[in-house]
Ligand binder design. Structure first.
Ligand code: SAH
Ligand code: SF4
Length: 363
């Protein structure tokens, strides 16, 4: 294997300054590099014209500005785009871009782990055997690869950019990889670089209670909770993490989440599973459960995958469930799947690449 040079992407500002100090450079060098890497999107030291030729050569001896490799790009008929990214060790993850309905902006859905340890029964990602945390470089790299694809460098003013929002809703449990996720999001939020506001970032957790406050205090991003059930009995069954952090503790942690307000509501994601959690009584119990919280809902029709034990609730049932929440004054949009034709919908990530691997062994 070729020797891999140290990637400067994914280092926090402090780490980048340290790296420069190790080669005898002042913090100013880190500031220059930050601008080139994250504002201009540049990967080639030779193009970084504010840095002397001698210094460019020195940097390129030791370092690299590297992106994950785009193995495949798929475009859905509905405008959703999916990138299969390959990391240095050969592991893969998927990043999805979901345009808004007006197609002028959209969200990049990023993954935080290869696979997931949490084995929620309705989620295909949870069935994968191989799990590892993604590094900060790999998390930032997903967003940057998306920007490359849309040619959105240098970072423009806040107007007219497609990749305007980030949802941390891909593969993996972000609060089980919090250090790397936090470093990555701090890089993505940095005003001298990519500069995505924390108000345009939503992090989704299955409910890692002790990390929720830490997340709110350090990052201040919007919070989404994968709730999916209104009783411990059902939630224990479909989301094993509930046995560790039951509903009462989870809801208390939502009350304690720093920065939640009527202007910045907590999103409760709720996957609609036929006959499991989708009755009118469930909807009313849901209202009771989140009473007093600044809340909104995201109803996700279940996306089936081969071998899954659930069915999606009927259209009528989903609509009735949404109506009950809406009549009580809450936003409760139904998130009809996007990118289904390219398996980019919730809970389907990585399945295609895994299946291909099984049928096409590497030569
Ligand atoms: N691990 C984090 C981030 C993933 S977010 C979490 O669970 O919150 C992706 C959302 O899609 C979560 O709410 C997840 O519960 C949901 N989901 C998983 N599998 C799904 C499926 N097959 N159909 C619909 N939604 C699914
Ligand atoms: Fe992991 Fe989230 Fe899937 Fe559960 S729903 S297995 S936490 S990725």
């Amino acid at each position: 294997m070729d020797e891999i040079k140290k990637n400067l992407i994914g280092l926090s500002r402090a780490e980048l300054i340290d790296e420069m100090a190790r080669i005898g450079e002042k913090p100013f060098r880190a500031k220059q590099l930050w601008h080139w890497m994250y504002n201009r999107g540049e990967t080639d030291f030779a193009v970084m014209s504010s840095i002397s030729k001698v210094m460019q050569a020195r940097l390129s001896e030791t370092f690299e500005v590297r992106r994950p490799k785009v193995e495949r790009e798929l475009l859905s008929t509905d405008g959703t785009r999916k990138w299969l990214l390959k990391f240095d060790d050969g592991n893969e993850a998927e990043t999805v871009f979901i345009p808004d309905m007006d197609e002028e902006r959209g969200s990049v859905c990023i993954s935080t782990q290869v696979g997931c340890t949490l084995t929620c029964k309705f989620c295909h990602t949870g069935t994968q055997l191989l799990v590892r945390n993604l590094t900060a470089a790999e998390i930032v790299g997903q967003f940057m690869a998306g920007r490359d694809a849309y040619g959105e460098w240098p970072t423009p003013d806040d107007t007219g950019r497609m990749l305007s929002n980030i949802v941390v809703m891909g593969m993996g449990e972000p609060l089980y990889n919090f250090d790397n996720v936090a470093t990555a999001l701090e890089i993505l939020m940095d005003g001298e670089g990519i500069g995505i506001s924390r108000r345009r970032i939503t992090l989704s957790t299955s409910g890692v209670v002790p990390m929720m406050k830490v997340c709110g205090e350090r990052l201040g991003v919007n919070l989404a909770i994968s709730l999916h059930a209104v009783t411990d009995e059902i939630r224990d069954r479909i989301m094993p993490i509930n046995k560790k952090y039951p509903l009462r503790e989870l809801i208390q942690a939502c009350h304690d989440y720093p920065g939640a307000s009527n202007a910045r509501r907590i999103t409760f994601e709720y996957v609609m599973l036929k006959g499991v959690n989708d009755s009118a009584a469930d909807a009313r119990a849901l209202l009771k459960l989140i009473k007093g919280l600044p809340a909104k809902f995201n109803l996700i029709p279940f996306n089936p995958w081969p071998g899954s034990e659930f069915e999606c609730s009927d259209h009528k049932t989903v609509k009735a469930f949404s109506d009950i929440l809406q009549d009580a004054g809450y936003a409760a949009p139904i998130r009809w799947p996007r990118g289904r034709d390219i398996l980019a919908a919730c809970g389907q990530l990585r399945s295609e690449s895994q299946r291909q691997k099984k049928t096409q062994p590497e030569s």
